[in-house]
Unconditional design. Sequence first.
Length: 256
Amino acid sequence: MHARVAELGYSLLGAQCFRKNWFRQPTTPAQIRALEERGFFKKFDRIVFMGASMGGFAALNFAPLVSGAWVLAFSAQSTMNKTIAPFEHRFPYAVRHSNWEGMPFLDAAAAIPYIRRAALFYDPLDPEDSAHADRMKAPHVQLLGCCNASHQAIRLVVKCDALTPMMQEFADTAGPLRGFLSIGGPRRAKGYPVEQVFPWHVVSSADEIGAVGMAGTETAQPSSLLQPLPEMTHDAALANVILENQFKNHRALHLC
């Protein structure tokens, strides 16, 4: 992450938790409060809290500690409290061995009104992540569905080389994030030196748009055989990650 942030000319301050307790301990918020009180964050034009899964939970909860901070979160839980989120059944061991009773920072949904702007990536086909996202709906929260990403939306974005431009667009503009997938255009035409785990067209050879197909310069010929992808483009990389993830988890591929 440091290299990606440095490439954009940004500064990075990381917080890491060595236990799966969703930062439900006093150390991290106390450190952030201390930095805010010392005026540390005033030297920056914009502060963005960013995290995935329990890191997304922490980013949403702790952002109100810094005046005007924004949040970019991936597959974030709103809470693991069973009374508040009875639909959440994942990570049973970690949840049992962490504290989910009492405020503060118990429920990220309670922090939403105090966050100036947020974007939340999640898989609308994942029941738990979708339910958490529903709890955090607000006019200033942009919900971005990544179908078939499962609980690994951040991995999908990284694998298709979209994280760096996404961070830049979010941090440098006040408007909503645009979709990072495209039909046509320069982004689709860009190739990546990435191994193709599933190097075949999913639909048919007639599905030939952009560099994945004939780059708009040739006519695709009908074929009864699977056709290999000529190169790994932005969209092909995304499809590759989705297929790999579904295959590994023995799950069918949803179409949406």
